[in-house]
Design a protein around this ligand. Structure first.
Ligand code: PEP
Ligand code: MG
Length: 559
């Protein structure tokens, strides 16, 4: 019988196939106590299972290659690191030795304890890391029982329906030829979601009902555009599916033709599209699609999920590779934008904050910890010897912060020159405009900034007092709210008057539904994930600005 269930789109696409349901792993074990004389044996079994899980990860690491090796490798390394984490392993030993619990029940207790720590985090990205804990512990649990992970083979052409999915499993499933994945848990911010998007594998998460009602062998239609799962689709569903698939194919063909096309409106206004790039793949994709440069490189990705803060050499190599990868096009490196909550997962011992979104984050953290900032600035300056670099400062709210940053920048430049390092010309220093105060008093800030980049993700969240990661507040974060329109119009006009280049680098810039809206506000430099570049280029080319509200079409100076 036909049934339809909602879900959240984590990776866009359409698929029709047989369902393969993977039952949730049995981690909901009942309390099991063991006799004191079994403690050693239970600890041994646990450590054998940990070792088996490590070996599985090593084997997977060796097997995965090609374009996904870099990304999947990072997830596998993270999971391997979790498996070695003394907090996890010692805690398990302790539960067996002092609590006299079975290894299986100790795993469950540890999973629940760590999961509740993650659930309490304010940051949605870090909260979604809870999945990694589930997957790692699930792997050990499976090894404890059968010696292997639940079977993922023989799924070619099928759709996996599962409680959750680990990034490493996703890579395996992709190799196997799985055509889509539906999970009961998960968030579009998870590592698995990021990976599914790179693999172009449709993924719908948060579909609790699907897991309850889908059976092995059911015909399943996954609409990862609208966010819908249809079990046993009827003739109308199938006709709609075929039409939607044809439409997607047509769109993709049309987009591919735009790889080398100019980014210019129908009435001749030049628009520059930049890339928000983090990985090597992003950089080569950006270059291949004709991005003007990297408009936003979020350096915090170098700092997350590790115990040590990356040193100058490590950062220098990362930034140099980025600059080299862009082959002479400008690269905008944003200095560290960690909130105190995110910093907890790094070697930065910072106080826990009750309201991290309003706390010691971005430039505030950098100025409070100048030794941290100096290392980063020195690394960026050294990378500037290899191509044009710009430095972008996040969470600026006052001119004095930019003055302080510039002083540090100039001092580091002098030091490096005296030490005999090769250096490029001093990089332009820009401000992220994402705090309403910076937007409203932009005329005071601009004399200190060489360029600006509007961070609409934060700007909209702070203007509308609506958490950007909150599922139920998503509709409040409306870019067309009159307050947002007014502020964006002001930013654009103030920058033009001062002759300072301005770009937009929040998610809004990569959403083709808002391209004309931004262009009409005079915002013609847009920075986005490379995957959105062609769609936005297409939207630009379809625009006729004619009487753009904000006057002339003269080209902005170029950030
Ligand atoms: C923004 O706030 O719009 C932005 C681009 O920065 P992030 O998403 O990293 O906060
Ligand atoms: Mg931001």
């Amino acid at each position: 019988m036909r049934r339809a269930f909602p879900g959240i789109v984590a990776s866009k696409g359409l698929a029709l196939g047989r369902a393969r349901v993977r039952e949730p792993h049995g981690l909901d074990v009942e309390e099991q106590r063991i006799a004191p004389d079994r403690v050693e044996q239970e600890c041994r079994l646990l450590h054998e299972a940990l070792e088996a899980a490590r070996a599985e990860l090593r084997e997977l690491r060796a097997r995965i290659h090609g374009a996904i090796a870099h990304e999947v490798g990072e997830f596998l390394d993270l999971h391997a690191m979790l498996l070695d984490d003394p907090e996890l392993v010692d805690g398990l030993d302790d539960l067996i030795r002092t609590g006299h619990y079975s290894a299986a029940y100790a795993l469950r207790l540890q999973r629940d304890r760590l999961a509740s720590v993650f659930d309490d985090l304010d940051d949605p990205y870090l909260r979604s890391r809870r999945e990694d804990i589930d997957h790692v512990i699930g792997r050990v649990y499976a090894a404890l029982h059968s010696g292997t992970q639940p079977e993922l083979a023989g799924l070619a052409g099928e759709i996996l329906v599962s409680e959750s999915i680990a990034p490493a499993e996703l890579a395996q499933l992709h190799e196997e030829g799985v055509i889509a994945v539906v999970t009961a848990q998960g968030s579009p911010l998870s590592h698995s979601a990021i990976l599914a998007r790179s693999l172009h594998l449709p993924l719908v998460v948060g579909s609790h009902d699907a897991l309850l009602h889908v059976n092995d062998g059911d015909a399943l239609l996954v609409d990862a555009i609208e966010g819908r799962i249809i079990v046993e689709p009827d003739a109308d569903d199938l006709a709609r599916f075929r039409a939607a698939k044809d439409e997607v194919r047509r769109e993709q063909r049309a987009l591919t033709r735009l790889r080398k096309a100019k980014t210019r409106t129908a009435d001749g206004v030049e628009v520059r599209l930049w890339a928000n790039a983090e990985s090597r793949e992003d950089v080569s994709q950006a270059l291949g699609l004709g991005a003007a440069g990297v408009g936003l490189y979020r350096t915090e990705f170098l700092f997350l999920q590790r115990r040590e803060v990356p040193g100058e050499e490590e950062q220098f190599h990362a930034y140099r590779d980025l600059v080299l990868g862009m082959d002479g096009r400008p690269v905008t490196i944003r200095t560290l934008d960690l909130g105190a909550d995110k910093a907890d997962s790094t070697g930065l011992a910072l106080e826990h904050e009750t309201n991290p979104a309003l706390g010691l984050r971005g430039v505030r953290l950098c100025l409070a910890r100048p030794e941290l900032f100096r290392v980063q600035i020195r690394a960026i300056l050294r990378a500037s010897a290899y191509g044009p670099v710009r430095i972008l400062i996040p969470m600026v709210s006052r001119a004095g912060e930019l003055r302080d940053c510039r002083r540090i920048l100039e001092r580091c430049h002098r030091e490096l020159r005296d030490e005999g390092h090769a250096l490029g010309p001093p990089p332009p220093l820009g401000a992220m405009i994402e705090v309403p105060a910076a937007a409203l008093a932009l005329d005071r800030l601009l004399p200190e900034a060489d360029f600006c980049s509007v961070g609409t993700n934060d700007l909209i969240q702070y203007l509308l007092a609506a958490d950007r990661g909150h599922d139920t507040l998503a509709s409040l974060c409306d870019p067309e709210h009159p307050a947002v329109v007014r502020v964006l119009t002001e930013i654009s006009a103030t920058c033009r008057k001062a002759g300072k280049p301005v770009a937009v680098c929040g998610e809004l810039a990569g959403d083709p539904r808002y391209t004309e809206f931004l262009l009409r506000l005079g915002l013609t430099d847009l920075s986005m994930h490379p995957a959105s570049l062609l769609e936005v280029r297409q939207a630009v080319r379809a625009c006729t600005l004619g009487g753009r509200e904000d006057e002339d079409h003269e080209e902005s100076p170029g950030p």
